[in-house]
Write a new protein. Structure first.
Length: 330
């Protein structure tokens, strides 16, 4: 064949493939989510095999190991005792609560590790929603926007005072980024960053996470605040708003089934883009691998590379520590 152009020449050896590779994962790309609980015991999470819910003392050691593996950041999610869940979610800004205690403990043991906290009411709310809930006369449940934003500000101030480096609103209320920025600045926390879950979809992929924290909504769903997964332009609208409101970084969530959204958001914003490989994505990989149907390591690396190739600068993944070690050993 007379064929002057042969793309396969650029794939002919591992060495050449390494030279022409466009997307390379590194430990510095990752954020490790950590689940927390009260007490002195660690528990396996039934809905997320292989993931642990840590007690305060042991999560500090785990956080130091994550940093030692080269992962620069963790994001904290608490399982709150039922007795502390109320319809005003007041435990979320209690300065001796689980999250502020763990922030202080991690920052004193490993000050260079970036600590990110989740800003939303669901773990603390007796109703299981990210915002305050009010029942209407007709029985319909309404998620209150502006009242919720006030509580979110108190939650963020509590985390900032404890030493959080980044607060990360995952609640999807309108106007929360501007309100958080204003509250943080007025309290002297102008160095605390905001990583906004800007394009967070109402997704069935969050199921195992809600099992991990016992935080599923008691009634209704999250579709009046989280986005409709049929929409892409709306994600651009959300990220541009969060950018104007002062977000330092924006997020798309879930990640694997939303690569088009990551790519689109990347084009429309100059801010760093994060993507969250969520619990359902994790569980799909783990269950297929456990059944012997997929090559676990290969699938994990391919799924994360695809998320980065789509345009994510930062990847939140339950595999952060494990993959960071693979990358270092390879
Ligand atoms: C809560 C929150 C959720 C996740 C992160 N923060 C669940 C939800 O919105 O219902 C999901 C993460 C995952 O599934 O791994 N605000």
């Amino acid at each position: 064949m007379q064929l002057p152009i042969r793309p396969r020449r650029n794939r002919k050896s591992a060495a050449i493939r390494a030279l022409v590779r466009e997307t390379v994962l590194s430990p510095g790309d990752f954020v490790q989510p950590l689940f927390l609980q009260e007490g002195t015991q660690n528990d396996a999470i039934a809905s997320m095999p292989g993931v642990t819910r840590w007690c305060e003392a042991d999560v500090v050691r785990e956080a130091c190991q994550i940093f030692a593996a080269g992962v620069p950041a963790v994001v904290l999610f608490p399982k709150i005792d039922d007795a502390l869940k109320t319809s005003d979610a007041a435990e979320c800004y209690h300065d001796q609560g689980l999250i502020p205690r763990v922030i202080r403990a991690i920052k004193s043991a490993c000050p260079q590790l970036c600590v990110i906290t989740d800003i939303a009411l669901d773990p603390y709310n007796a109703d299981g929603h990210d915002g305050l809930v009010r029942a209407q006369a007709n029985g319909e449940m309404v998620i209150l926007n502006d009242e919720t934003v006030e509580i979110l500000c108190r939650q963020a101030l509590c985390h900032a005072a404890a030493g959080a480096d980044i607060v990360s609103p995952s609640d999807m209320m309108d106007g929360r980024v501007a309100a958080l920025r204003d509250a943080l600045d007025h309290a002297g926390h102008e160095q605390v960053s905001i990583l906004s879950y800007s394009a967070k979809y109402a997704s069935a992929y969050y199921g195992p996470f809600r099992g991990a924290l016992d935080s599923a909504p008691k009634a209704g769903d999250k579709k009046t605040y989280q986005m409709d997964y049929a929409n892409a332009r709306e994600a651009v609208r959300e990220i541009l708003l969060d950018e104007q409101e002062g977000a330092d970084m924006i997020m798309v969530k879930p990640a694997g089934a939303y690569l088009d959204i990551i790519a689109k958001v990347r084009e429309h914003s100059t801010l760093p883009v994060a993507a969250y490989q969520v619990s359902g994505e994790y569980l799909m990989i783990e269950s297929a691998a456990a059944a012997g149907w997929l090559d676990r390591k290969a699938i994990i690396l391919e799924s994360l590379t695809a998320i980065k190739r789509a345009g994510a600068d930062i990847i939140l993944t339950y595999y952060a520590k494990e993959v960071a070690k693979w990358l270092r050993d390879s």
